[in-house]
Design a protein around this ligand. Sequence first.
Ligand code: DNO
Ligand code: MN
Length: 392
Amino acid sequence: MADVLMTQAMRWFGPRDPVPLAHIRQAGATHVVTALHHIPNGMVWPREEIAAQRAMIERAGLGWTTVESVPVHEAIKTAGAERDRLIDQYITTLRHLAAEGITIVTYNFMPLLDWTRTDLAWELPDGARALRFELDAVAAYDLHLLRRPGAEADYAPDTIERAARRFAAMDDEAKLRLERTIIAGLPGSEESFTSAQFLDAIHDYADTGPDQLRANHHAFMAAICPVAEELGIRMVVHPDDPPFPIFGLPRVVSTEADVTALFEAVPSTANGLCFCTGSFGVRADNDLPGMVRRLGERIGFLHLRSVQREPDGAFHEAAHLEGSGDLTAVMAEVVALQRREGRSIVMRPDHGHQMIDDLTKVTNPGYSLLGRMRGLAELRGLERGLAFMGAK
Ligand code: DNO
Ligand code: MN
């Protein structure tokens, strides 16, 4: 029996993405994952616009079954006054998506910031560029530019000391670049802040600690999942990136225990996981292959990439099969899972290095074409090889 293989996708940011659909197809993907990025967070996605986006994708010879993401409004995360109305609107969007054939919807539950990096063009020894995160840089921004009240309590003394030294060595341009990198919003993020706005927004979380955020997350899934199930949609939560609190804001989707608690609280099959190896893999205590084995039936979408952990809470994005995470072991579990369940899981190479001709082009950080194409090629080859060996 032929093995079921992954459904190979790439992220596409819509008509404004500098990477055209034709190039994604030539890179070997059969599908894209995308969203209606122009619609403000909290508004209903009109069915006609979803249909138009689908038509555009299909004209390019690609398929679209997976949305990344329908963003969750902050008032749902904080259980604010508008929560019920916003949940109703979210459900209306799900109805429209289901009517247009969408079966997987990605979301995250990170307060205010989506994914966060401190350097978007960190040069690797071979001249390619990677995204990097340094806790020292976050601390330098937090303590000396944002000047968040009480921030000192969130950092170890040696981090505070290194952050002070780093800040003292920065010129105005470097300060501005760091501020923008952290809070102006990376591709796919729904929010973009100035430092003053960010401080105000952090203040809105004063009453939402980790227990409350977790309760609000579970309540959101409890409200959404019965309808999603009926619509044939699976919600998949993207883990926190990075998987620990930053700026004093809680994060509750960072570990295996976090997601296990989510699935225990809301057992519906519509309550699923976007397994992002790069996000979970920042923590050495997340056992990636073991998580695929244990959580497999919940996994509706795969983000595959690797990170290299560095000292002092830093990490950078490694080539897809290099770095701290054992992507070969993860892939072996994915092959076994798909065989066990007879199901093809949608995957995408999650980010890639800026390399070769990418280096002379303006693309979304992390989403240049050649780096992702290399990642996809390596991952699909690995999968085929493992499936073939396992089949013998
Ligand atoms: C970054 C992405 C995230 C992800 C959202 C899902 O590259 O993995 O922005 O799309 O967190 O809601
Ligand atoms: Mn991801």
